[in-house]
Design a protein around this ligand. Structure first.
Ligand code: PLP
Length: 450
């Protein structure tokens, strides 16, 4: 058994079980971060590391912006907690309004959660509750997609399409879930810049599922506009539009899981805006507080809310039996306001958009390198997919991560895909640096594995 009771820098590392981490590998190759400022982390070796994934896609403003810290400490002094049920702070109401105003027209109610996973499970519950209230109690099936990541709640892993996240927990999976195919097809679309032109027809698979299951049994389709965690899989041109049309035709709700893509990552407030497709609900988390403190939520079509509320029975009755102790917590709410202030004052969505071609050019310059199977990009997100070492999936990408760190940048490894999503505050030359480090690291890792 590897690495129990191991100490590093005098710190006992034996008790902490790292989430979504190869713990045995980690203990052989520990990564300890000491501080973070602006677009950089500083590790226990004194290295300055460019934050190539904005934390975990959650810190587009970089780190330790004093404006967020000031808002949090002021809120702490004023009111550190407010019961989430049957009362709220004024700032919680106004943050909901602010988020709704940023969302596409018609999505004007916000339910707060603490995380993306909770946002997803909340959205699924709203979908089922809504259909029930509308007299369609048979609409309980859900449709997700292969390779989708919707967090780790029971709903999220059920509609998610990552085998590894599901198979250990098979008995806890929601019944009645189908999965659309994902849209990645390397032989048709490898090295596409932005949206691939091939693949809109894959949306027709939804018609097949509807025909098989009967539309009257299906509550919702949930998908990430760009599949982030499984390697920046960009929807083919026209695909999301077709999904929307089919959902509308059959009375199926469409949920966009925008936990990564929300708040500017795709160069627009939401992926829905960038793709010109309006879903019935949007889940968000991560960037709303710049990753400083947990907050998530669901933005819901107004008439879905109206229907649930109108059918809640007597006026004193709770209409929707769901919520968290920390829903709408005043401190993350204060952080959310500060973040949105900074988005506005520093014009960050446009800044993200302006960096998109820099990232695209930097990534696609790696085309032709040994070991590179595909390069994908959209908005300020991108990925390089590597040819895996035979019999050892993911190993080559882990070597690339080590080599990136040696060269001064952090990236994210998912299987044999390396994802990047730099902070919006990055300078163009920093995005170029990230890409050049990644390119050199791939070369270095290919030599090690040769
Ligand atoms: N949904 C999507 C699309 C995500 O990318 C994530 C996290 O990466 C989640 C849900 C889960 O969010 P959390 O980790 O905050 O629970």
């Amino acid at each position: 058994m590897t690495a129990v009771n191991k100490t590093l820098n005098g710190v006992d590392m034996s008790a902490y079980w790292l989430p979504f981490t190869p713990n045995r590998y980690f203990h052989q190759h520990p990564k300890i971060m000491r501080s973070a400022k602006g677009a950089y982390y500083y590790d226990d070796h004194g290295r300055k590391l460019f934050d190539g994934l904005s934390g975990l896609w959650c810190s587009p403003l970089g780190h330790a912006d004093p404006r967020i810290g000031a808002a949090i400490s002021q809120q702490y002094e004023t009111m550190d907690y407010c019961p989430a049920f049957q009362m709220a702070s004024e700032a919680t109401f106004s943050l909901a309004t602010r988020i709704a105003n940023m969302a596409p027209a018609g999505l004007d109610k916000v339910f707060f959660t603490n995380s993306g996973s909770e946002a997803v499970d909340t959205a699924l519950k709203i979908a089922i509750g809504y259909h029930r209230i509308m007299g369609n109690a048979s609409r309980i099936r859900m449709i997700g997609r292969d390779r989708a990541y919707h967090g780790v709640g029971m709903g999220g892993i059920s509609v998610g399409g990552m085998v590894a996240n599901r198979k250990m927990f098979a008995s806890m999976m929601m019944p009645g879930v189908d999965h659309l195919p994902h849209t990645l097809n390397l032989s048709q679309m490898a090295f596409s810049k932005g949206q691939p032109i091939w693949g809109a027809h894959l949306a027709d698979e939804l018609e097949k599922i509807v025909a098989l299951q009967d539309a009257n049994t299906i509550a919702a389709v949930i998908l990430e506009p760009v599949q982030g965690s499984t390697g920046v899989i960009v929807p083919p041109q026209g695909y999301l539009q077709k999904i929307r049309e089919i959902c509308t035709k059959h009375g199926i709700l469409l949920i966009f899981d925008e936990v990564i893509t929300g708040f500017g990552r795709l160069g627009a407030n939401f992926g829905a805006d960038r793709f010109g497709v309006v879903p019935d609900m949007i889940t968000f988390a991560k960037a709303i507080t710049n990753g400083v403190i947990p907050l998530g939520g669901v933005i819901v079509r107004g008439d879905i809310y109206d229907s649930i509320i109108a059918n809640g029975g007597q006026e004193q009755a709770i209409e929707f039996f769901h919520g968290y102790t920390y829903s709408g917590h005043p401190i993350p709410t204060a952080a959310g306001h500060a973040v949105l202030d900074i988005f506005e004052s520093d014009d960050l969505v446009n800044r993200a958009k302006a960096l998109e071609p820099v990232l695209e050019n930097g990534l696609h310059a790696m085309k032709g390198k040994a070991g590179v199977l595909d390069i994908r990009n959209f908005g300020l997100s991108g990925a390089v997919e590597l040819d895996p070492v035979s019999g050892k999936p993911g190993l080559r990408a882990l070597k690339v991560l080590e080599a990136c760190i040696e060269r001064g940048a952090l990236v994210r490894v998912a299987g044999d895909v390396i994802a990047v999503g730099p902070p919006f505050i990055s300078e163009p030359k920093e995005v170029e640096f990230l890409c050049s480090v990644l390119g050199d690291a791939i070369d270095a890792a290919m030599k090690i594995n040769a």
